[in-house]
Design a protein around this ligand. Structure first.
Ligand SMILES: NC(=O)c1ccc[n+]([C@@H]2O[C@H](COP(=O)([O-])OP(=O)(O)OC[C@H]3O[C@@H](n4cnc5c(N)ncnc54)[C@H](O)[C@@H]3O)[C@@H](O)[C@H]2O)c1
Ligand SMILES: O=C(O)[C@H](O)COP(=O)(O)O
Length: 390
C-alpha cells in the first residue's frame, strides 16, 4: 500500500485516480509521497519514507529542492496544467489596471438608496473613472513559458503590440508563440517600450526583486505592472514609491503583502490565478499520474530536480526493475553493472540520464535480486537511493 499525504486540498479528479493500492489523506504519518499546492515545505521534516513530492501547479519555490535532491526525493510539477486559468486572470488584470473598474464598482455601490436619482448620479459621477483602452498599447511579457505565451498571444489578438523577453525560451515554446510578437533581446528594451509589463518567470535567486527602483526608473512614465507570478519578484517598497510618485499608474498583484494593501493603484487579488475548477482538476490529475508512474514503475516525467527517464515495462523475461538515483559522476554505471554481474544479475534493458549534479538509472534485469544486493549498492558513496520494483 502506498501512503500519500495531501498538504493542501487536492481535487478529487486527481485523488480518485489512486486505486486500492493507495491510501491518500492529510494525516498520513510516514508518506511514500506528498501531494501539495502552495503549502510551504521549507520547515517540514522530510521523513526517510518519502520518495516523491508532486506539486499540483507550476511554482516550486515552496519546496526545498536541494534538500530533496540530496535525500533522493523526486519533485514533480504539472507544467502548463493551470496556464489557461492564469492567462484569463491576467487579461482581467490588464483591464482592471486600465479602466478603474474596481473603484467604479465600489462607488456605484454607494448610490444604493438614491432611488430614481441613481441614473442621473451615474452619468454625473462616471467622469471620475475614465481609463485608457488596452488596444494599440504596448505590452511587455517577461518569461515566455506556458503562461507567458498564452498571455502574449491573447493580448495580441486583443489589439496590443506585444514584446516578449525570455533568454531561455524553449523550442516548443517558440513554436507556440504568434509570429507577430516582437522579440525583445533585453529587459531594457521591454522597460523602454512598454505601457504594460507582466512577469511570468519562476521565483529564483536570479529573478527575486527584479521589479525594483532601478528597473522601474527605466520604465515608461505611467507604466502599469502586473505580477501573477510571485510576490517576491517585486520590491514592494519600490513599487509603492513608484505608485505614490505617479511613475507607475497601477500594480496588479496576485500575491499581496501587508504593506501593499490599501495603497492607491494597487489591485490586490488573493492568489486566484489557478483557482478554477478546470485548472484544479488538470493539476491534480497530472500530479497523481506522475506519482503513480514513479511509485509503481520508477518512471520520471516532469520532475524539476531529476532527469526525465521512462521505460515501458515490456520486458517479458524480466519481472524486476532496479531504480537508482545517484550523483552525476564518472564510473557510476560501470560500478553498478559490475556489482550486479558479481551477484549473477543480467541487465536486459537500461536507461540513464543526468540533470546537473544528479542522475537516474533504470535497469530491467533477470536473475535473483536479493534485498542485500540493493543494500550493497546503497553503500557506494555516489548512490543516493535504490529501489527494487517487483
Ligand atoms: N498566480 C498563480 O496562481 C500562478 C499559477 C501558475 C504559475 N504561477 C507562477 O508563474 C510562473 C510561471 O509559470 P509557467 O507555468 O509559465 O512556468 P514555465 O516554466 O512554463 O515558464 C517560465 C518561463 O520563464 C522563463 N524564465 C526563467 N527565468 C527567466 C528570466 N530571468 N527572464 C526571463 N524569462 C525567464 C523560462 O525560460 C520559462 O520559459 C511560475 O513559476 C509560478 O511562480 C502563478
Ligand atoms: O505556481 C502555481 O501553480 C500557482 O501559484 C498556483 O498555486 P495554487 O495551486 O496554490 O493555487
Amino acid at each position: 500500500m502506498y501512503e500519500i499525504k495531501c498538504l493542501n486540498k487536492i481535487s478529487e479528479v486527481g485523488t480518485s485516480r489512486f486505486d486500492e493500492n493507495y491510501h491518500c489523506s492529510e494525516s498520513v504519518e510516514n508518506p511514500d509521497a506528498v501531494l501539495v499546492r502552495s503549502a510551504s515545505m521549507h520547515d517540514m521534516e522530510l521523513p526517510k519514507s518519502l520518495l516523491a513530492i508532486a506539486r499540483a501547479g507550476a511554482g516550486v519555490n515552496n519546496i526545498p529542492l536541494d534538500k530533496c535532491s540530496e535525500q533522493g526525493i523526486v519533485v514533480f510539477n504539472t507544467p502548463g496544467a493551470n496556464a489557461n486559468a492564469v492567462k484569463e486572470l491576467v487579461l482581467a488584470g490588464l483591464l482592471l489596471s486600465s479602466r478603474k473598474i474596481v473603484p467604479a464598482i465600489e462607488w456605484a455601490k454607494t448610490l444604493k438608496g438614491k432611488g430614481d436619482e441613481v441614473g442621473k448620479l451615474v452619468e454625473k459621477g462616471k467622469g471620475a473613472f475614465v481609463g485608457p483602452e488596452i488596444g494599440g498599447k504596448t505590452l511587455g511579457v517577461v518569461g515566455l513559458g506556458a503562461i507567458g505565451i498564452l498571455v502574449a498571444n491573447a493580448a495580441r489578438s486583443l489589439g496590443m503590440e506585444v514584446y516578449g523577453y525570455d533568454p531561455y525560451l524553449s523550442v516548443d515554446a517558440a513554436w507556440g508563440l504568434s509570429r507577430s510578437i516582437r522579440h525583445a533581446r533585453t529587459l531594457d528594451e521591454i522597460y523602454a517600450s512598454c505601457d504594460y509589463i507582466t512577469v511570468h518567470v519562476p521565483l529564483t535567486p536570479d529573478t527575486k526583486g527584479m521589479i525594483n527602483k532601478e528597473s522601474i526608473a527605466k520604465m515608461k512614465d505611467g507604466v502599469r505592472l502586473l505580477n501573477f507570478a510571485r510576490g517576491d519578484l517585486a520590491v514592494s517598497s519600490d513599487v509603492i514609491s513608484a505608485l505614490e510618485s505617479g511613475k507607475a499608474a497601477a500594480y496588479v498583484t496576485d500575491f499581496p503583502s501587508d504593506d501593499m494593501l490599501g495603497v492607491d493603484g494597487v489591485i490586490a487579488i488573493p492568489h486566484l490565478g489557478a483557482s478554477t475548477p478546470e485548472s484544479e482538476d488538470n493539476c491534480a490529475r497530472m500530479a497523481a499520474g506522475e506519482l503513480m508512474e514513479y511509485l509503481q514503475n520508477g518512471n520520471i516525467k516532469n520532475s524539476v530536480n531529476m532527469p526525465a527517464v521512462s521505460m515501458p515495462r515490456d520486458c517479458s523475461s524480466c519481472s524486476i526493475r532496479i531504480c537508482i538515483l545517484h550523483r552525476n559522476i564518472p564510473n557510476t554505471i560501470s560500478r553498478l553493472s559490475g556489482a550486479l554481474a558479481e551477484s549473477g544479475i543480467n541487465i536486459e534493458n537500461m536507461q540513464s540520464k543526468s540533470k546537473k549534479d544528479y542522475a537516474y538509472t533504470i535497469l530491467d534485469v533477470t536473475g535473483d535480486v536479493k534485498e542485500t544486493t540493493a543494500e550493497h549498492i546503497q553503500t557506494f558513496p555516489e548512490i543516493i537511493r535504490v529501489r527494487i520494483l517487483r
